[in-house]
Design a protein. Structure first.
Lengths: 203, 203
DNA sequence: CCACTTTTTGACCAATTGGTAAAGCTACGA
DNA sequence: TCGTAGCTTTACCAATTGGTCAAAAAGTGG
């Protein structure tokens, strides 16, 4: 077993751990935690099941590792929103970054959605410790912008919720969107969302 | 086994079938299809597992039955949108009806979300047969409204997607919303969404 | 009260699944 | 070349889970 306390993971450890995590992201995002099996993950990774359990102590640790890695990526677009920038531009850019993430990282979006949908059994601490303070900070910034008359007055929290909802929708409900739309939704969605938030936020 | 071809389901059949479906809705919406077990459903329904299988041929049939029942309820708010009514009022009322559904039927919302999230393995036919034509019809109505200058010009499909996303978000991501918000979100969400779609759609 | 149908249950199964143990293989430095 | 630490596999469990079956129990009409 690779010693968690030792300093340097070998090259083969790095490769196999990332093979496993990538395969697990496929499987967990497609079938949910309970719906995913170690055999599926093993096959997708091109490794045997016991070999998987040589690198991770169990199914749960794989899932938790994915969730932990995800949290960083997930918060990043919001972190980038700059209090010193132009308010409307900052918010519209944030919307576009989130929409791009739905296109580029749909597995991550669905993994996150599935976790929250089931009550966030393994993510609640992260939500409280990481997401909540960040949201509070950014909502305060948005509120300042509104008080300065740079943006129309709306509830900053519901504004952010709506941005999350509308952008992640294109990853999480991709199956439905594809049934209902004939062409690729990304460009038309980008245009629609820009129009919607521009009309809402322009003072 | 209750004969599916016979004419009249007995009183006790009606009662137990609905007990089972209600319990199954709890369990499936909380844990997903694969995460739910017949034992959980049986316990929640207050019946034994073999007794459950006396009324339904298997786990899948219970799930499919729930999904079929759900489709009606789900489309209803959109069906009610009246081409003869006042355009802005009709759309804003639709938003409120969907938001009310998220508050009143969160289990149904999560069941639907979970099914779509996993690629809609049992719902794709319904989406194509029921949802798609209805959406096309209603989008045509909205387009007419816009052409008549009653509404601002936006992409009707993405408009509807955004309504679904923002309203269902309060049911599907309830756990997250509750962590981030201290008071009940419903009234403030209703106000925010009214403001957002009013500013977007007012010509 | 009795025959007959519907409902319920306890005992049981086969398949799946997360996980283990120990032997075998491989890379690599001395 | 050899020894050793790291990596991989084969064979195997024990628990869970969807589902079956025959018999018991409860309704029900006459």
């Amino acid at each position: 077993m690779p010693d968690g306390t030792s300093k340097k993971p070998s090259r083969i450890q790095m490769r196999n751990r990332s093979l496993i995590l990538d395969a697990a992201l496929d499987v967990f995002s497609a079938h949910g935690y309970r719906g995913a099996t170690l055999d599926q993950i093993a096959e997708a990774a091109g490794l045997s099941k016991p070999n998987i359990l040589y690198y991770f102590t169990g199914k749960e640790e794989i899932h938790v590792t994915l969730l932990n890695q995800l949290m960083e990526t997930w918060l990043d677009p919001l972190v980038e929103m700059d209090a010193a920038g132009d308010p409307l531009t900052e918010l519209l850019d944030y919307v576009q970054r989130k929409l791009d993430m739905s296109r580029d990282l749909p597995r991550e979006s669905r993994l996150f959605a599935g976790e929250i949908l089931q009550g966030a059994p393994r993510m609640l601490p992260h939500l409280r410790a990481d997401l909540k303070p960040l949201l509070n900070e950014k909502c305060a910034v948005i509120q300042t912008w509104m008080n300065d008359g740079k943006l129309a007055q709306v509830d900053p929290r519901h504004l952010v919720f709506s941005i999350w909802a509308t952008t992640q929708h294109y990853a999480d409900f991709d199956t439905q969107v594809r049934v209902l739309l004939d062409d690729d939704p990304h460009d038309s969605a980008a245009q629609f969302l820009d129009q919607m938030y521009r009309s809402l936020l322009t003072p």
